[in-house]
Structures are given as structure tokens and as C-alpha cells.
Design a protein around this ligand. Structure first.
Ligand SMILES: [Zn+2]
Length: 144
């Protein structure tokens, strides 16, 4: 069963009836009205302080959800269109290559980012591939 998660408010949904025939890309979040939901193959429970970042196939940021500002000091507008590894100074970009090449999740990666203030911050990152043709990915960043 496909699960969907809103990258903005993190609302999870399973029940998408009434939306049959539409691409997941066009399904709006019923909670906050965000423009699309991200499909997960299995259920996933983000922590309350987890922030999501959605990227396209070129690893450029499409959207940053609630919690990302608290974690990184960057607002949506600071991140959108930027290459994620460079934007956050992600300490190890290799999980992204694996996720994109193999279409598998890489959960619980213990990495570091640099906040807008220039501080190193230890985070756990869960990487999810997009299951549509766009080849994008979702990053779930949680402080540790
Ligand atoms: Zn939402």
C-alpha cells in the first residue's frame, strides 16, 4: 500500500480515495494545502522536530517544510533552486547517489550540515527516492 506524506506539515495519509486517476504530484495536502504529497513505499513516522526537503533529479531544492528553518536557519526562499549538498554543506553526499541510482531508501545516516550561521550541526538524515518518473528525492533531517 502506498503511503503519502506532506513535505510541508508532515501529515501522513494512506486514504487517497477520491483522487484515483490523478498523479501523486497533483494531490494537495488536505491539512495545509501544500501542492503535492511525496509517496513512500512503506509507512514512516517522522520525529516532531524532523524537517523535510524535497529535491528534483538534479538535487536542487523544490520545497522545504516546517522544521527546516529551525534546523538550518534557512527559509524556503533561501534554499529553493539550490543544490542540496552545497546549500547545507552536507558532510557526505554519497547516500544521495545510492538513492538515485538504485531507488532505495537510506535511513538513519549520521551526517553533519552547516547552518546559515556557519555552525556545524549533527543530524540524522533519512533519504527517500521519488517513485514517479521525475527521479527526485526527499530528505528528512532530524537533529541528534
Ligand atoms: Zn501539509
Amino acid at each position: 500500500m502506498p503511503y503519502f506524506i506532506c513535505p510541508h506539515c508532515k501529515r501522513r495519509s494512506i486514504d487517497l480515495d477520491g483522487y484515483d486517476g490523478f498523479s501523486s504530484q497533483t494531490v494537495q495536502c488536505r491539512e495545509c494545502g501544500f501542492g503535492f504529497l511525496f509517496e513512500l513505499l512503506e509507512d514512516y513516522y517522522p520525529a516532531p522536530e524532523t524537517g523535510f526537503v524535497v529535491c528534483d533529479r538534479d538535487k536542487r531544492v523544490l520545497a522545504a517544510g516546517r522544521g527546516v528553518f529551525e534546523l538550518t536557519g534557512y527559509r524556503d526562499a533561501d534554499l529553493i533552486g539550490r543544490e542540496i549538498v552545497e546549500a547545507l554543506s552536507l558532510s557526505d553526499p554519497s547516500p544521495i547517489e545510492v538513492v538515485q541510482e538504485w531507488g532505495v531508501r537510506k535511513l538513519g545516516q549520521e551526517l553533519a550540515i552547516k547552518t546559515r550561521a556557519g555552525r556545524d550541526k549533527a543530524v540524522t538524515v533519512d533519504f527517500f527516492p521519488a517513485y514517479d518518473d521525475d527521479g527526485g528525492l526527499l530528505l528528512a533531517l532530524t537533529p541528534r
